[in-house]
Structures are given as structure tokens and as C-alpha cells.
Design a protein around this ligand. Sequence first.
Ligand SMILES: *[C@@H]1O[C@H](CO)[C@@H](O)[C@H](O)[C@H]1NC(C)=O
Ligand SMILES: *[C@@H]1O[C@H](CO)[C@@H](O)[C@H](O)[C@H]1NC(C)=O
Ligand SMILES: *[C@@H]1O[C@H](CO)[C@@H](O)[C@H](O)[C@H]1NC(C)=O
Ligand SMILES: *[C@@H]1O[C@H](CO)[C@@H](O)[C@H](O)[C@H]1NC(C)=O
Length: 262
Amino acid sequence: MHAAAVLALLALLPPLPAALDTSCVPASCGNLSIRYPFWLRGRQPPSCGYPSFGIDCDPAGAPPLLSDSYLRLLDIHYGNSSVVAFHTNLADDPTSGCRATKFNMSSAIVLSLLTISRANWELFLCGNCARRLPAEWLPMNCSMGSGAGAGGAQWFLYLSHDEPGGGAYQEIAAAGCQYSAVPVMPGSELRAPGDYAGLVRRGFLLEWKVPGDCAACEASGGGQCRFDAGENAFRCLCPDGSNQPATCARGEFTDPMISYSN
Ligand SMILES: *[C@@H]1O[C@H](CO)[C@@H](O)[C@H](O)[C@H]1NC(C)=O
Ligand SMILES: *[C@@H]1O[C@H](CO)[C@@H](O)[C@H](O)[C@H]1NC(C)=O
Ligand SMILES: *[C@@H]1O[C@H](CO)[C@@H](O)[C@H](O)[C@H]1NC(C)=O
Ligand SMILES: *[C@@H]1O[C@H](CO)[C@@H](O)[C@H](O)[C@H]1NC(C)=O
């Protein structure tokens, strides 16, 4: 572009705000970039994100823990509001899966703004069946250690990518088994019972939905997303220092993009 044209464009832009608030600039924790609605506990003010989205960076370099949960974060996808996380209790099981036979993921994860994604596949653990399961279910050895199957009860593993209520549930019901289900990443593979640990460590998808339209706030002339704990509400922090409920009110400057398209 011609230099004079660039100067003309710059002249149309509103002046830089006097004081940019930098307390919530994206922080990093290992290979993750932490920004709204997440915030780095101990390094950023709590107003940078939602209370339950505080992240504790692990000094030893392990994937960070999400607030006071048992979830360790492997990845954050800001584009589609999802995270990849694994549950420490499942991944640290020395009896490789036998503990999961007592585990109910849906009741173990009670984070109000995060839900287990329907895109996940499910790993089923079945035991104490009244009838035989189909041959695709892999027998697992829980006869050692303190797992739920200790004492010799036969348990089985199966990886399903059916919809909830699909084929695997029907097979479990038909065989009359006790079961638990663990979400795993779509595209996972289970060839042998020993694959269990690796599958659980790859994590599963969770999706978040928080009140307030952060994208709209950011698009409204330098707004930054904040959480106001006192009001328990989303806030848009504007260049003039004011906190608005949704977006920054347009001041005396018109948006150059809008004046051009008219
Ligand atoms: C980040 O590092 C963890 C190990 O700490 C790894 O499991 C994960 O795949 C990495 N994520 C990305 C996006 O590179
Ligand atoms: C979000 O996007 C990432 C990468 O683009 C993808 O790997 C992930 O599966 C998506 N999340 C959901 C819940 O679909
Ligand atoms: C797991 O917990 C959820 C919610 O508490 C409940 O609806 C579901 O029936 C439980 N599933 C099993 C297999 O116990
Ligand atoms: C299960 O593990 C126990 C203890 O290690 C071992 O004695 C037994 O042979 C194993 N059973 C099978 C079927 O692998």
C-alpha cells in the first residue's frame, strides 16, 4: 500500500487509550496460553477469568490442574471453547483400569460451566455380568491389587463411539452387567487391555459455556473481558477505565470500517 494511504488510514483510527490495562495479558503455563475465561492463579488477578477456571501451573512441569478439580489440562481450544483434560484419579491408577470400575465420570465432574463433550468416544468397563458379553469385549485382569474387581471378578473393556444409548449400552443391558464409562478422545484405539492407561492419559474433550459475550466486548473498541466476583457477573473493561455490562459504548470516534462501508 502507498505510504500516504497508510498515513491517511492511521489518521482515521482513534488515538491509543491513555492507560492500557495489562494485568490480564495472556500468560503461559508450559505449552498452554492462558487467557479469558481462564486465569493463572497466583500470577494474575482473579478478575481475569471465572473462579472455577483458575489454573494452577505445576512447578514440576506436569500438565496444569484446573482450579480445585482432579482435571489436568493438556490443551485449550479457544476457537471452539473446549479443553482436553485427563482425570488424575484414573490416570494414576496402578492397577491399570481396575479402579475405574468404581468410577462414574458424570458424577465425578461437577464443574458447572464445563460439560463433557458429546464428541468423545467412550471406554466401557463391565463386570459381574449375568450373561456372556460379545467377543469384542476384552477381558481385563483385576485379580490383583485393590481395584473394584479384586478377588477375581472378571471385568471387560470395550471402546465405543456410538451415541449415548447406542449399541454398547444395549449389550451391557442384555448381559446384565455392572459398568462404568470413561470418555476418551475421538479416534482412540483399544487393541489390548494394556492400552487403557495411554487412552486415559490422552484425555477427553470438555466444552465450556460462560455468561457474557467476550468476542463482542473485544470487538467494541478495545474492550477486555473480565469477571466481577462482587457482582458475580461478566464485565467489559473499556479503554476509558469503565466497566460495562456487555460492550464498550462508542465514544466520539466512529469506527473507520463502518464509515468506509457506508
Ligand atoms: C503440551 O504438553 C503436554 C505435556 O506436558 C502434552 O501432553 C500436550 O500434548 C502438549 N500440548 C500441545 C498442544 O502441544
Ligand atoms: C475444537 O477444535 C480442535 C482443533 O481445531 C479440535 O481438535 C477439537 O476436537 C474441537 N473440539 C470439539 C469439542 O469439537
Ligand atoms: C453416573 O452418575 C450420573 C449422575 O449422578 C447418573 O445419572 C448415572 O446413572 C450414573 N451412572 C452409573 C453407571 O452409575
Ligand atoms: C492376573 O494377575 C494375577 C496376579 O498378577 C496372575 O496371577 C494371574 O495369572 C493373571 N491372570 C491372567 C488371566 O492373566
